[in-house]
Write a protein that binds this ligand. Structure first.
Ligand code: SF4
Ligand code: SF4
Length: 297
């Protein structure tokens, strides 16, 4: 595979990236980031960000202090907790105060925990210094198009909120793409590992995803995941209402092949709700609700 040794070294005990590690090391997500700064047509804001989650799932919102307590409690109960991730329920970097306050609090008692966040990338470049300061070493960016005209992106994102303005259409898609690329490049320069997710949306970006993959490799993104869109009418997303179908396993396999992906590395970080706890594929999030750590101080 294309993975250099220094990256292999960094991910060997990361449950989300390493086949060997995902049976042994656990991760925890804390849902401290409710707001989002873009609109995706596959998102239903009532539920978690589809970056990492099944639609239809809602996570219990936590303050940074509650989140720190949860990490403390879970760290005592779940074996070999190695990663703390902030993956929504909105966008980690649309809630920078809460996100970095949480990381700062947790650092004080769990200095060895790897920190990770997932984002749509709009504000990635803005917070590069904070990420370095908090020693974030893994970032997941959801990027669905690298089409500079904004034609494809504008079918996926009706608007973004940027520089205190709501921006629509192709212009919004162009800005989002520029900002994603700039942010990812900066992360690579700073040695922060970047993984990318793309949502496979049949009829919209399916043919285009190999180009996305190529661009990501050029930038130095170490792993690209294809997430098949889940688009059932009951999710109430724009795409579902417009009749865009869910992606099939067959479509996913074809696209992964067209993108030249290393299947062994592909399968781990998925369907991961914003308050997930435990090994990948296992979710003990429901055991650790606010009630279970309300008494901690
Ligand atoms: Fe929803 Fe996530 Fe898209 Fe924001 S980035 S609109 S939370 S799917
Ligand atoms: Fe980070 Fe994704 Fe792993 Fe969660 S599942 S810890 S967001 S890489």
């Amino acid at each position: 595979a294309f993975m250099p040794d220094d990256i292999k070294e960094k991910i060997h005990n990361h449950p989300c990236y390493s086949e060997g590690a995902h049976h042994h090391y656990a991760r925890i997500h804390v849902a401290v980031a409710p707001a989002c700064n873009i609109q995706c047509n596959y998102c239903n804001r009532k539920y978690d960000c589809s970056n990492e989650s099944r639609p239809g799932v809602t996570s219990e919102r936590l303050s940074p202090e509650e989140a720190a307590k949860k990490v403390l409690l879970v760290g005592g109960e779940v074996q070999r907790m190695s990663v703390l991730g902030i993956a929504g329920p909105g966008d980690a970097l649309a809630n920078p105060g809460k996100t970095f306050e949480t990381f700062g609090l947790v650092r004080q008692f769990a200095p060895d925990l790897k920190l990770c966040l997932s984002t749509n990338g709009l504000e990635l470049a803005t917070y590069i210094d904070e990420m370095v300061e908090h020693n974030i070493d893994h970032i997941t960016v959801t990027i669905n198009s690298v089409d500079e005209s904004g034609e494809i992106g504008s079918q996926i994102y009706p608007w973004i909120f940027y520089n205190n303005k709501r921006i629509y259409g192709k212009e919004a898609a162009q800005i989002l793409l520029e900002r994603q690329l700039e942010g990812m490049k900066k992360c690579v320069e700073k040695g922060i590992l970047i993984k990318a997710n793309s949502v496979l949306i049949p009829g919209i970006n399916d043919k285009h995803l190999p180009e996305v993959s190529k661009k990501l490799k050029e930038i130095g993104v170490f792993l690209h995941n294809i997430m098949p869109i889940l688009s059932e009418p009951e999710f109430g997303t724009r795409f579902a209402l417009d009749g865009v179908p869910s992606a099939t396993d067959q479509q996913q396999m074809e696209v992964q092949e067209a993108c030249g992906m290393d299947m062994k590395l592909m399968q781990h970080c998925r369907q991961c709700r914003a308050d997930a706890v435990g090994l990948i594929g296992e979710d003990r999030g429901a055991e650790f609700t606010k009630d279970t750590f309300a008494g901690l101080s």
